[in-house]
Design a protein around this ligand. Structure first.
Ligand code: F6R
Length: 640
């Protein structure tokens, strides 16, 4: 979720680093930093090499500030003496955004500089061992252990490849890492597992980046490292060391993308990129928080079992999509943990005089951690003595400073205004919380909770499968858009009315599906609990109305089918979201959106919502709307 750039062999090391980092700011913008090697002034034979770093932490201006602090002369005139450099833009995951936590990180002797993307899952145990051995840490990050491990591994051999191989054996988690060693001033060493990393070579300049846009101005020939490969990047050569120790030359591929296309990773817009990133957002949010035997570990988040055992009432407060994630959690927490849950719109909760005490847990869910309605609601809850937990995607955001505990989602920066990957990551965090409370209170048998956890672990793959079915949804949207329905549709889609219906956990999914359609397609859509329709809104059902029915199997599925019959009988076009192979549901539909079957019905929202995001997305495209910047909306709402 951060960005890495590296360069060696150019007289413009600083300029290439800072312009590459500026292009990666969409990956992270909490802080920025570079480390460079130089030869002592004069550069005479036998001159010693130097390794220095510079870091800034001023939010979205971090790269600009860093560039200014480096000075025009050094950046521009081509007379610099830097041999190689690595740069990083940070999106905080472990450790708040501040200078000490900004990359690059150094070892104890400032002879090794490291930048890192990803999460080192076992950093705590590594760190305590290194501290016992006498290593001095200066940050709260997981990343710093990498510099100290390399120091420890290379102290005897001074051979970077051996040290990096030992590093690969020890580190758990995901990572893309670039390293500078002071005693090898022209070399950059890189290694990756899961997190992407590319290398390139052009006109005697070696290049490294986590993302193509960072180096697209310098080269269009890149090689993507495979998992556990190491690359040695020098000014005139790149060597790849495979997992088996074999050394080979990289086979470069040609990048045809424009810069704008590259920033979007080849997607047409940030929204579709972020929809595609959802399996990773959920996997990263779960990572390191579930043990082999299915125990949820949230002690680090200040949510120990002892603290949770006392809780007898939960309020979830949130706005918009975060509110819908909270509604899903109500079903999961009440079913698994048997604790009563109320879900409130933040702006209502705050002013409605809720009854709270020290046994109440108030959970604020907010992607940004800044939404004023939720922020004020949480402050109020704390004043009244409740325990406050914040679930947010932004480290050190305002809400995290006004609470007792924080559970971070790890979706990375979301640029599309409509929430997608942060919404599913919130659900994943809330499912973890639900199981954790159940385990704390001993409400579930161990084998029951292990089964749920195993189902949860399967979700990212099922999400990926749902996304791969996208072309069917695009075709469906085109069919619906071309449908003629007489008087009810005098001017095309713009006048159509949509109802989204669901029951049980399908209900919040219906609300979220309708919200997405409203936000980016500007179409009138209402989400409703399907059983409630007959108490009024059914009067609006007539030919031309599109009803999107969430009919994946949950405990009220057969009742859902009966509600579908009611709207069909009144002439609505019914689009059913159904599990693959569910012929009974499919038989009721005018149109079907098939999704993979989910092993546990309470987990279905994470899959079903993707289908509805894609449905809204393709309608927005048909309507010619800007999906990333919908009219009238702001990404973070800091006014009441
Ligand atoms: C919907 C959307 C908004 C936000 C809401 C809360 O796509 O993005 O409804 O969910 O404004 O924002 P956070 O989660 O930042 O508190």
């Amino acid at each position: 979720m951060c960005g890495i750039v590296g360069v060696t062999g150019s007289k413009r090391v600083l300029a290439i680093l800072t312009s590459g980092m500026a292009r990666l700011e969409y990956r992270g913008y909490d802080s920025a930093g570079i480390a460079c090697t130089e030869i002592e002034s004069g550069g005479h034979q036998g001159a010693a090499s130097l390794l220095w770093r510079k870091r800034t932490c001023v939010g979205t201006n971090s790269v600009a500030r860093l560039t200014a602090e480096l000075g025009d002369k050094e950046l521009g005139d081509g007379n610099c003496c830097q041999l190689a450099g690595i740069g990083h833009v940070r999106w905080a995951t472990h450790g708040r955004p501040d200078i000490d936590n900004a990359h690059p990180h150094f070892d104890c002797n400032s002879e090794i500089a490291v930048v890192h993307n990803g999460i080192v899952e076992n950093y705590e145990s590594i760190k305590s061992q290194l501290v016992d051995e006498g290593h001095k840490f200066t940050s709260e990050t997981d990343s710093e252990v990498i510099a100290h491990l390399l120091e420890s591994f290379s102290s005897s051999t001074k051979e970077p490849i051996k040290a990096l191989k030992a590093l690969l054996d020890v580190l758990e988690g995901t990572f893309a890492i670039a390293v500078l060693f002071k005693h090898l001033p022209s070399d950059i060493y890189v290694v990756r597992r899961v997190s992407p990393l590319i290398v390139g070579l052009h006109n005697g300049i070696g290049l490294v980046a986590s993302d193509i846009p960072a180096i697209l101005g310098e080269t269009r020939q890149v090689y993507s490292l495979s998992d556990n490969e190491i690359a040695i990047v020098r000014p005139d050569s790149i060597s790849i060391v495979g997992e088996d120790g074999e050394v080979s030359d990289p086979i470069f591929r040609d990048i045809q993308w424009s810069l704008e296309e590259a920033e979007k990773g080849g997607f047409d817009d940030f929204m579709s990129k972020e929809i595609a990133e959802q399996p990773a957002s959920v996997a990263d949010t779960l990572r390191g928080r579930i043990t082999e035997d299915g125990t949820i570990l949230l002690d680090q988040e200040n949510l120990s079992k002892d603290q949770l055992r006392e809780i007898d009432k939960i309020f979830i407060v949130a706005c918009g999509s975060s509110f819908h994630a909270g509604l899903v959690a109500k079903y999961a927490i009440e079913h698994w943990a048997r604790v009563p849950v109320e879900v409130d719109i933040s702006s209502e909760f705050r002013y409605r005089d809720p009854i709270l005490n020290s046994r109440t847990l108030v959970v604020g869910v907010s992607q940004s951690g800044e939404t004023i309605d939720t922020f004020q609601a949480l402050k109020e809850a704390r004043l009244q003595g409740a325990k406050v937990l914040v679930i947010t995607n932004v480290v050190d955001s305002s809400m995290t400073r006004e609470c007792d505990a924080v559970l971070y989602t790890r979706a990375g920066p979301e640029l599309g205004v409509a929430a997608t990957k942060t919404h599913v990551a919130q659900m994943a965090a809330l499912y973890l919380l639900a199981i954790h409370i159940a385990q704390s209170k001993n409400v579930l048998y161990p084998e029951e909770s292990l089964e749920i956890v195993n189902h949860l672990r399967q979700v990212p793959d099922l999400m990926a499968k749902t996304i791969s079915l996208q072309s069917n949804i695009a075709d469906l949207v085109h069919r619906l858009s071309n449908q003629t329905t007489g008087d009810a549709q005098p001017t095309g889609n713009r006048c159509r009315r949509f109802f989204y219906l669901g029951r049980n956990v399908g209900y919040p999914v219906a609300l979220e599906g309708a919200l997405k359609l409203k936000e980016i397609s500007y179409l009138a859509a209402e989400g409703y609990p399907a059983g409630e329709l007959k108490h009024g809104p059914i009067a609006l059902i007539e030919p031309g109305v599109i009803v999107v029915a969430i009919a994946t199997r949950n405990r009220l599925w057969s009742k859902m089918l009966a509600n579908i019959e009611e709207v069909k009988a009144r002439g609505a076009t019914v689009v059913i979201v159904a599990g693959e192979g569910d012929e009974e549901s499919i038989a009721k539909a005018d149109e079907v959106i098939l999704v993979p079957r989910v092993p546990h019905p309470l987990l279905a929202p994470m899959i079903d919502v993707i289908a509805l995001q894609l449905f809204a997305y393709h309608f927005a495209l048909v309507m010619g709307n800007d999906v990333d910047r919908p009219r009238n909306l702001a990404k973070t709402v800091t006014v009441e």
